[in-house]
Design a protein around this ligand. Structure first.
Ligand SMILES: [Zn+2]
Length: 119
């Protein structure tokens, strides 16, 4: 199995660390937006629906960020234990260009595509 070079792993792990900080900041900031909507607020029907929709979007966004944060942390763990760059599913090589585009990805393109087709 070919591993990404030390230089590349260093570079990508710096990006992962920056991404982790960014996501943690975002998650801290979005707490406000995902509070339950107070339905007793004297707002019109339309704006109440808007508020609920905004809440749902904030919730969705939050969940996506949490998934991404888990991937980033998983990738950082893999950097530490030396398994970074290998697919969590088939243990094959993740193409360096794929890591470059998406450093937190835990899967090679083949496995990723297989998962997406299952859905
Ligand atoms: Zn794979």
């Amino acid at each position: 199995m070919t591993k990404p070079s030390k230089k590349m792993t260093d570079k990508l792990s710096r990006r992962l660390l920056a991404a982790r900080t960014e996501i943690e900041t975002l998650l801290g900031r979005t707490t406000e937006g995902s509070k339950p909507v107070d339905l007793d607020l004297p707002i019109g029907r339309l704006s109440r629906a808007d508020a609920i929709q905004m809440q749902n979007m904030a919730e969705l966004n939050r969940r996506q960020l949490e998934v991404k944060l888990k991937q980033v942390e998983g990738a950082l763990g893999a950097v530490e234990d030396g398994s970074y760059g290998s697919c969590r599913s088939c243990h094959g090589e993740i193409h360096p260009a794929r890591l470059e585009a998406c450093p937190e990805t835990p899967f090679c393109i083949n496995c990723q595509e297989a998962f997406e087709q299952e859905r």
